[in-house]
Design a protein. Structure first.
Lengths: 294, 234
């Protein structure tokens, strides 16, 4: 029983960070109908921003975290303006967007490797939080795991509030349903697209810092984000609740696989899950369905 | 109020509008009738800023050359064909999105009440997701949402499309009511008979050209129009 709860807590912790990344995929997909594979690169930049803010500039952790998130939000906007906006202006087919996103992802990874003062070396975050776990009854909860969960939960709560209760949030929902009709409401859809990239980028930065602290920082850290993409597909691309539920479930499934079977099967299970979802229920748990009646 | 001079629109190699000129006077219901593919929706999409065109569109002495959201701000509201309500949002959220550009909370609230008086059906369903509404209710929602932007002119694209005959009459009655609220209306319709019965003036659009214009009465009584659009044999 103790082991079960222990695994569950680890799964929730890792799953909540997946959720932070997955909402970035889902937000962009919901408006623009393509999977922004450059998102992994943005998360990787977030890990580096956080690392340098902490080590080079010696900023306190909360400042470094928010700073990294703001930096990646700006990075995501720059990516949108330089890579995707020209395609949108030309009304390019969606395949072009995916190819462009993959190219951008490779570019981001390699620019880090090519920069002389960064390069391909692995870096370890300074130890900000003690490694001694907190004891709750017979359970031992890692301080970092707890922090990951709390920060992610706060971020997701803020996002839900923003989307459901603010005017811009409603406009995002409207634009995701029909971009032409939202323009007819006077919504500046170009601004909505920027907002969505900024939001995705902001959470990517936070996720990058948390992952960098949990593991290490290296140029290919974005590969981990494939998992959050799987989670977004599992939950239903384009759906925010779907992305969160898919991520938490994936996190739990992964930790249970490592805990009860073998950690070698962890990634295997994740990809089998992706294929199973695509075969059995391509729109995922809560994906966009055809709600339109008229 | 709205003047269009020599408008040309191309879709790739297709010349969809071939030099259309027209003008809409303040406070009138102007209808443009024409068959499928005549270019009616193209005309409205050009006015609301979705298409590139040659020629000029002048609104309140200003040349329109803006993105769709700026055009809404100028008091032009386009209720699109197929209604395009936000099925993922509630009826009330849809209406409030219509007022997206406005910041006068009091005015928005008053207009919301006005819309609910005009469409009591929407009030009954204000918390319902708009995707669950019937086609007729969705049309009412689309028009109500348009009114929420407090426009001076409304461009209505095929409001009666796909509705049951009884509802068609309701929709046209409501259009007359909206005009009484002081709005100018540019109505594009395939249901020429109904459109001509409520309009002041009419243009007939055929294959991208205006082939006839006049008072709605004259057009309705024109023998060739009768035969082509109203189904009356000579």
């Amino acid at each position: 029983m103790t082991q079960f709860l222990q695994q569950l807590i680890n799964g929730l912790s890792i799953g909540s960070v997946y959720a932070l990344m997955a909402v970035g995929y889902s937000l962009v997909y919901s408006i623009m109908n393509f999977s922004n594979f450059a998102h992994g690169g943005v998360i990787m930049f977030g890990a580096y921003f956080g690392f340098f803010y902490l080590t080079l500039f010696r900023l306190p952790f909360p400042v470094a975290l928010i700073g990294a998130a703001l930096s990646t939000a700006i990075l995501a906007i720059i990516i949108e303006r330089t890579a995707y906006k020209p395609l949108r202006n030309r009304r390019a087919p969606f395949l072009y967007f995916i190819i462009c996103a993959m190219g951008m992802s490779i570019f981001l990874e390699n620019i880090i490797i090519a920069l002389p003062f960064i390069g391909p070396t692995f870096r370890t975050y300074p130890e900000i939080f003690s490694k001694t776990p907190i004891k709750i009854g017979s359970l031992a909860v890692g301080r970092l795991d707890l922090l990951m969960f709390i920060i992610s939960a706060i971020c997701l709560g803020l996002l839900v509030y923003f989307i459901d209760f603010t005017k811009i949030g409603k406009a995002i929902q409207a634009t995701s349903y029909n971009i032409k009709a939202s323009a007819l409401m006077g919504i500046n859809t170009d601004f909505i697209i920027i907002t969505v990239f900024a939001l995705g980028g902001f959470f990517a930065g936070i996720a990058g810092v948390l992952f960098g602290m949990k593991y290490t920082v290296y140029p290919q850290i974005g590969v981990i984000t494939n998992k959050s993409f799987i989670a977004a597909v599992f939950g239903g691309l384009g759906s925010l609740p779907g992305a969160v539920i898919g991520s938490v479930l994936l996190g739990i499934i992964e930790t249970f696989t490592s805990g009860y079977i073998s950690s070698q099967y962890r990634d295997l299970i994740a990809f089998v899950l992706l294929i199973a979802v695509l075969v059995i229920r391509p729109r995922g748990l809560m994906g966009k369905s055809n709600e339109d009646k008229a | 109020m709205l003047t269009i001079n020599n408008l040309h629109v191309y879709y790739g190699g297709i010349h969809a509008l071939k030099g259309v000129s027209l003008n809409v006077n303040k406070g009138e219901i102007l209808t443009i009738i024409g068959s499928n593919g005549a270019g009616k929706s193209t005309l409205l999409n050009s006015i609301s800023g979705f298409l590139k065109y040659k020629g000029e569109i002048i609104y309140k002495d200003q040349k329109l050359n803006f993105s769709p959201n700026k055009i809404v701000q100028m008091g032009i509201c386009h209720v699109p064909e197929g209604r395009l309500v936000f099925a993922n949002l509630t009826v009330e959220d849809n209406l409030l999105l219509g007022a997206y550009l406005r910041n006068d909370k009091k005015g928005i609230k008053e207009d919301l009440e006005k819309v609910y008086t005009l469409f009591p059906r929407l009030k009954e369903r204000q918390k319902q997701l708009s995707g669950t509404l019937s086609g007729g209710e969705q049309q009412m929602l689309a028009m109500g949402r348009g009114l929420m932007s407090s426009p001076d002119i409304m461009l209505l694209d095929e409001p009666s499309l796909g509705l049951a005959p009884l509802l068609v009459q309701t929709v046209f009655d409501i259009i007359t009511d909206i005009r009484k609220m002081g709005k100018t209306i540019l109505l594009v319709e395939q249901n020429a008979f109904k459109a001509l019965s409520i309009a002041d003036r009419a243009y007939v659009l055929e294959q991208g050209k205006i082939i006839m214009e006049g008072s709605a009465k004259d057009i309705a009584n024109n023998p060739s129009i009768k035969e082509a659009y109203l189904g009356v044999k000579k």
